[in-house]
Design a binder for this molecule. Structure first.
Ligand code: HXC
Length: 510
């Protein structure tokens, strides 16, 4: 018996060594942790249960039958994060460069299946040279089964990808099909075609970092939802995000103990909106002052900064926030902001996370760039997302809610549950100056008359009261009591029952 136990121990030890000391040292030299080191930081200490540690590839071509390494380039299993279960896979770059073989893919699809069956999220740590070149179509088939499972799991369990090394070619499509992608600065990159191919085909000269590094994907392409300085920071932040998320689409939104009174009054909010309606203010301040303990996990912080999306807690319960940001483009909606927010709203709705919408929007950004770029279609995505969402929806208009942007930003008419406005709110088809230029064109030469028309329009429409008189605003509230009013509104809407008509699925304008 003792020799059998020793053999098990030896086999485990060998498997844990991955590609061996030299390759581990090379991994460390690049500033990267190994797959097992990463999992030990991601999961609660001692909680990791590994599967398929002894799996090896089955290929025989190119002398592969002589090079079998246990685990086959990916470490899989489950564990807990702050006591809540999650499935994981971490590609091991020290074993065949983390490349994906038929068996490597089978290990991943096994944990994907288990995650769906047991109703727990799946977190994939990507660090791979792509399809195992020696295996050809078997590796491509393996990738495709991982993609198929990503698609089936979408909306069933949260799926999170952390790209911590290379992710190139079609391999990028597994992360791309998940809910969130995070990257590590300077050590990860994602692209369909690498710099060498680009140079040959298009004569473009570009580095891997420029083409597909964390900066590119968080500021330009919006492929990634966030970037972190190193592996340790990335894994700590994934733990933080995980705490906000429900385990699956039938689980309750997590609630955790909170030490911040829900009826906290914040007088500084009474002066957040400047007297001059053309001056900006930072919407982050309102988000943090509403949130429990000021904690805000922002998604896509560096892309389409004219809209903020992210998670907060109210009375300990997760709430998704969508908020116009007057500091950038005066808070106008554009194609990028609409796409960013629409995806976020749909994530919240999939997983029953209530949505708080904070509105200060002078309209859609005008211009040929926007029109040629399909702002009609992209704006429709956000409209669609808010309109189809059946989760509790609470909206606060702090200042401008003009034109089409009023219609899009979760108004009463898109089945908003509780819609508040601050006394500073201005709800109208457009700003006073623009309105007068159209309605009183003949008086434009007369400064006195024009000023009168502007004042008249402002008095009639640039307040929340016209909308409140019609019941489109449930209540005009004091800015200082926003946290309390919003928390009460979500408490009311908690057990809301609302269903969309039966359909196979809708046809979101893509
Ligand atoms: C098999 C691979 C591999 C791969 C790397 N290795 N990629 N083995 N298949 N795809 C092995 C190397 O042979 C090496 O083995 C070890 O991993 C580390 O690789 P290095 O090249 O030494 O590391 P580094 O210098 O850091 O370069 C990393 C790299 C490079 C940039 C990722 O390895 C590379 O370019 N690999 C090929 C990338 C690629 O073209 N993949 C196919 C993409 S197409 P030893 O034994 O020396 O340690 C694709 C299609 C998917 O993936 C389609 C899905 C639909």
């Amino acid at each position: 018996m003792s020799s059998i136990l020793d053999e098990l121990q030896d086999r485990r030890e060998t498997a844990r060594q991955g590609g061996g000391e030299k390759r581990i040292a090379a991994q460390h030299a690049k500033g990267k942790l190994t797959a097992r080191e990463r999992l030990s930081l991601l999961l609660d200490p001692g909680s990791f249960e590994e599967f398929d540690m002894f799996v090896t590839h089955r290929s025989t071509d190119f002398g592969m039958d002589k090079t079998k390494m246990p685990g086959d380039g990916v470490v899989t299993g489950w564990g807990t994060i702050n006591g809540r279960k999650t499935f994981v896979f971490a590609q091991d770059f020290t074993v065949f460069g983390g490349s994906l073989s038929e068996t490597h893919a089978q290990k991943i699809t096994k944990v994907q299946d288990m995650a769906m069956r047991h109703g727990a999220p799946i977190i994939g740590l990507q660090d791979s040279g792509g399809a195992r070149i020696q295996e050809g179509v078997a590796a491509l088939a393996g990738y495709t089964s991982v993609f198929q499972n990503n698609i089936l799991a979408s909306g069933v369990i949260p799926q999170i990808s952390v790209v911590m090394g290379p992710s190139a070619g079609g391999a990028v499509y597994s992360p791309a099909l998940t809910d969130f992608i995070f990257m590590v600065r300077d050590s990860s990159y994602m692209f369909l075609t690498g710099p060498d191919v680009l140079k040959t085909v298009t004569n473009e000269v570009v580095t891997a970092e420029e083409l597909g590094g964390a900066k590119t994907h968080t500021t330009k392409s919006s492929v990634a939802d966030g970037a972190f300085d190193n592996d340790m920071e990335a894994l700590a932040e994934i733990r933080r995000l995980f705490d906000f998320l429900p385990l699956n689409n039938r689980a309750e939104v997590p609630v955790r103990p909170f030490f911040d009174r829900h009826d906290r009054i914040d007088e500084s909010l009474d002066t957040l909106v400047p007297d001059n309606p053309n001056l900006p203010y930072d919407m982050h301040e309102l988000v943090r002052k509403v949130a429990d303990e000021g904690d805000f996990f922002e998604i896509q912080r560096d892309f389409a900064k004219n809209i903020l999306c992210g998670f907060i807690r109210l009375e300990g319960q997760t709430v998704g926030v969508v908020a116009n940001q007057p500091m950038v483009l005066a808070g106008c909606l554009d194609s990028d902001a609409s796409r960013k927010a629409a995806r976020f709203v749909r994530f919240c709705d999939c997983f029953d996370i209530p949505i708080l919408t904070l509105v200060d929007v002078p309209g859609f950004l005008p211009g040929t760039d926007q029109e040629y770029g399909g702002v009609i279609k992209h704006g429709a995505k956000l409209l669609y997302a808010f309109g189809e969402a059946t989760v509790p929806k609470v909206t606060v208009i702090t200042r401008k809610a003009y034109g089409g942007a009023y219609c899009v930003m979760a108004p009463k008419h898109l089945r908003g549950d509780i819609n508040y406005a601050w006394p500073t709110a201005q709800i109208a088809v457009m700003g006073a100056k623009g309105a007068v230029e159209i309605l009183h064109r003949k008086d434009l030469g007369d400064a006195e008359k024009t000023a009168e028309h502007v004042a008249d329009y402002e008095e009639k429409f640039l307040s929340p009261f016209r909308a409140a008189e019609r019941g489109y605003i449930d209540e005009v509230i004091q800015p200082r009591s926003t946290r309390k009013r919003v928390a009460r509104a979500f408490a009311l809407a908690k057990d809301k029952q609302l269903q969309n008509p039966w359909k196979k699925h809708g046809n979101l304008p893509l």
